[in-house]
Ligand binder design. Sequence first.
Ligand code: NAD
Length: 399
Amino acid sequence: MVIKPKIRGFICTTAHPVGCAKHVEEQVEYVKSQPKFEGPKKVLVIGSSTGYGLASRIAAAFGGGADTIGVCFEKPASDNRTATAGWYNTVAFEEMARDAGLFAATVNGDAFSDAIKAEVIDLIKEHFGQVDLVVYSLASPRRTHPKTGESFSSVIKPVGQAFTSKTVDVHSGKVSEVTIEPATEDEVKNTIAVMGGEDWEMWINALDEAGLLADNATTVAYSYIGPELTYAIYREGTIGRAKDDLEATAKRMNAKLSGRGGRALVSVNKAVVTQSSSAIPVVPLYISILFKLMKEQGLHEGCIEQMYRMYKDRLYVGAPAPTDDAGRVRLDDWEMRPEIQAAVMKAWSEIDAENLMQLSDLEGYRADFLRLFGFGIEGVDYEADVNPDLQLQAPGSAK
Ligand code: NAD
């Protein structure tokens, strides 16, 4: 099958197996080119197949020599559809990890469910004994509650009042003004149910009750703050409410785990192009401007650079992790530098359809977006006939 990108709205419905493997390999090579760190050795990554979770898994494995178990929700190829990018990424990661002599197994299914938690618990018992790091990196539009069966959908909306802002259609380059109506109370509640801390805490409690958390285990989940110009749609919107809940959960769990040398942290990461961030209105225009400025200053990072820095310079420094006053690890420090933000604000106020390409790195955004699905990657022959039907190894058979 010759595979080309098919873009529908803010997703690409095809993925390229060879391109995805190369994208994973590039991240592996980046980590291998950096100094190793003394990090966790038995790692569970929930949301392991794309974006920050995949980068967390790669950096733990190739930077710290960790064995990893991943959890993700991806689709294999069927009829004439390709598999999802996260599926191909996972096949490639597992192969590279095993070639490096590391254990790697992945459970593909709904992480919110009790059944998947039970499956992961069995795997940890069998292969790890205990875990010393649990990364929680889920980004999902919906969740079915495992106890009540209730289904929740998350929305990305402002809270309290409507929000009007510039936005860009990434693919056509059309700059326009968008007004987003405020969320209802139910929508706020449902977004918290999907993206807040409840499921993270359920995972940690389930692992702890099964005796699978090492005494000094760390658990980390990811958050975002961003600049004032996106506050209404992000940090003070529905998703921000969910992040507040996630951060409160971290504090609660930290109080519990710290008694025995463990810790629960939130890391505030930089804005990057992922399947999830592409779906947020306004944010892609901000990211396009930000990337141009950060690239010009030599400060640009993607998921892998951030996650490597998180382990090496934040979580595993042989001392308590440096945090902000609210106890959060900050990896958005370069994004939030006052001179970067001042330059973003200036460009934001001036940007329009005419100067879009001068004031922003929309090309870079588009390229990153395509790379998420394995397209536009150097060294890949996109005219070649490739087999889309790659198999993920059954987790129980992993060695
Ligand atoms: P992503 O879409 O790239 O990854 C989401 C992962 O969750 C994938 O592995 C997917 O398979 C998995 N997943 C989704 N639903 C699942 C389910 N029901 N069961 C099992 N797995 C499931 O997202 P991302 O952007 O890397 O986001 C990860 C975290 O990082 C989120 O908490 C997000 O808010 C945070 N974050 C993202 C950014 C950004 O700019 N992208 C910035 C800061 C923080």
